[in-house]
Write a protein that binds this ligand. Structure first.
Ligand code: EPU
Length: 424
């Protein structure tokens, strides 16, 4: 298993370019299951989750070719509408094949994802919506088994906005008979991007980016060529890295318009954030000011940047209250940050951080993707050496992060463990 070793204290200075968005690329790959023929996606990030999704599409019977950041997917050959436990357990986003498979193949068998390191993460709203559109749902042996005729448009109201739930139902509704209205829909930029991709394929969707999305079903969709939007969470992570290291980073290809909530908080904390060309320049000041954070669905502060902000606020002077309203268990990074000297108390969904202006390097263990990113950021700003283990979590969602950070001055390297000698 790889580890990342960081010697903290270097300021990050220079330019970094943001890769394509994981959480936009995955639903687009799922959307090809609604079409026959070959779709091409450019600016696909090279990540473990993308490889897992490729394997899933191949398992279903599709053909996938990758050349650098370009991916070609032929889904007309899909025969086997089953997403097995082995794939779903490594990546919950596999659930995104449910809507497209049931819409096009009239059948789907997808392993139930189960809980994960950040919360229970049920899929009841995905199932409720598909049932309202006429699918018959059976849960047996850990799998969701769905059968349907042609799905029928329906009025569906989510109890809580769900990103992949909205995406699954939007894809299913694109091929349904009649009109589907999704109320209290997720407004995340990746949901808007998927709606645009589906419209390019011939779907008739409007209202994306608002609470109410209307989908007028069509008979068929066609393959497309599309360039994936830049990753706002990767961009936000580099912005926080620059702020924490008193850096001066120009973050290129940055979707700044999708990061308002972060920009407001960084400015409150005393960080200079200035748009520049296709990106943003982030300059960290000497002293970070404490700011309270409350996560909520877009356009609120993203839960996917909460762990990174917790690392930053551990370096501030003063008291910070972080409230996580999206996932019930997303404070797994806290016990590791404490090992680096952070003073953090957890009370239910709230973390209270008493920043003392410094962190100290230590061996720490990653527990999920964004928690790993927060530990890397803490390591960059800490005194001395930090060793982050289980970095496979990081590889799920950050393309070559250690190379990008090293190129702007971080003392960071990846170490591969030698295979263990066989015991006799
Ligand atoms: N929820 C339900 N029932 C459902 C679906 C969701 O109760 O059927 C609840 C969840 O338990 C959670 C809330 O609704 O409390 C919001 O969850 P959501 O469904 O929006 O999350 P998701 O679709 O599973 C996506 C991203 C996550 C990101 C969240 C929130 C993808 C592939 N994943 O997850 O990304 O944190 O939205 O923005 O788009 C990451 O990239 O590290 C990551 C975890």
């Amino acid at each position: 298993m790889d580890r990342i070793i960081i010697r903290g204290g270097n300021r990050l200075i220079g330019e970094v370019t943001i890769s394509g968005a994981k959480n936009a690329a995955l639903p687009m790959m799922a959307a090809t299951l609604l079409t026959e023929g070959c779709s091409t996606f450019r600016n696909i990030p090279e990540l473990r989750d993308i490889v897992t999704f490729k394997t899933l599409i191949e398992h279903l019977g599709g053909k996938v070719e990758q050349e650098g950041h370009t991916l070609r997917i032929e889904s007309g050959t899909v025969k086997m509408p089953e997403a097995p436990y082995e794939l779903v357990k490594t990546m919950r986003a596999s659930i995104l094949v449910l809507g497209p498979l049931v819409a096009r193949m009239k059948r789907a068998r997808v392993s139930l994802p189960g809980g994960c390191a950040i919360g229970a993460r049920p899929i009841n709203l995905h199932l409720m919506g598909l049932e309202r559109m006429g699918a018959k749902v059976r849960i047996e042996h850990g799998y969701v088994d769905m059968t349907a005729g042609r799905l029928k448009g329906a009025d569906i109201c989510f109890d809580t906005p769900t990103v992949t739930g909205t995406e699954n139902l939007m894809m299913a509704a694109a091929l349904a008979e009649g009109v589907t209205v999704l109320e209290n829909a997720a407004k995340e930029p990746e949901v808007v991007e998927l709606a645009m991709v589906l419209n390019k394929m011939g779907a008739r969707i409007d209202g994306m980016g608002t609470d109410t999305i209307r989908i007028d079903g069509v008979e068929e969709l066609r393959p497309i060529v599309h360039t994936v939007m830049p990753d706002r969470i990767e961009a936000g992570t580099f912005m926080i890295a620059s702020a924490m290291t008193r850096g001066n980073l120009l973050i290129r290809n940055c979707p700044l318009e999708d990061l308002d909530a972060l920009v407001v908080k960084l400015k409150e904390a005393g960080v200079e954030v200035t748009p520049e060309g296709d990106g943003v320049r982030v300059v960290g000041s000497g002293q970070i000011r404490s700011v309270d954070i409350k996560t909520s669905p877009y356009p609120g502060f993203p839960t996917d940047l909460q762990a990174q902000m917790a690392a930053m606020m551990s370096m501030a002077n003063g008291l910070t209250v972080i409230t996580e309203t999206v996932f019930e268990n997303r404070f797994m990074h806290v016990s590791e940050l404490r090992r680096m000297g952070a003073k953090i108390k957890i009370d239910g969904r709230t973390a209270i951080i008493k920043g003392n202006g410094r962190l100290s390097g230590a061996p720490v263990m990653a527990t999920d993707l964004r928690a790993s990113a927060s530990l890397v950021l803490a390591g960059l700003a800490a005194d001395g050496k930090t060793e982050v283990s289980r970095v496979y979590h990081l590889d799920r969602g950050y393309e070559r992060i250690e190379k990008k950070l090293a190129a702007v001055g971080a003392d960071i390297k990846r170490v591969k463990d030698a295979p263990k000698a066989r015991q006799v």
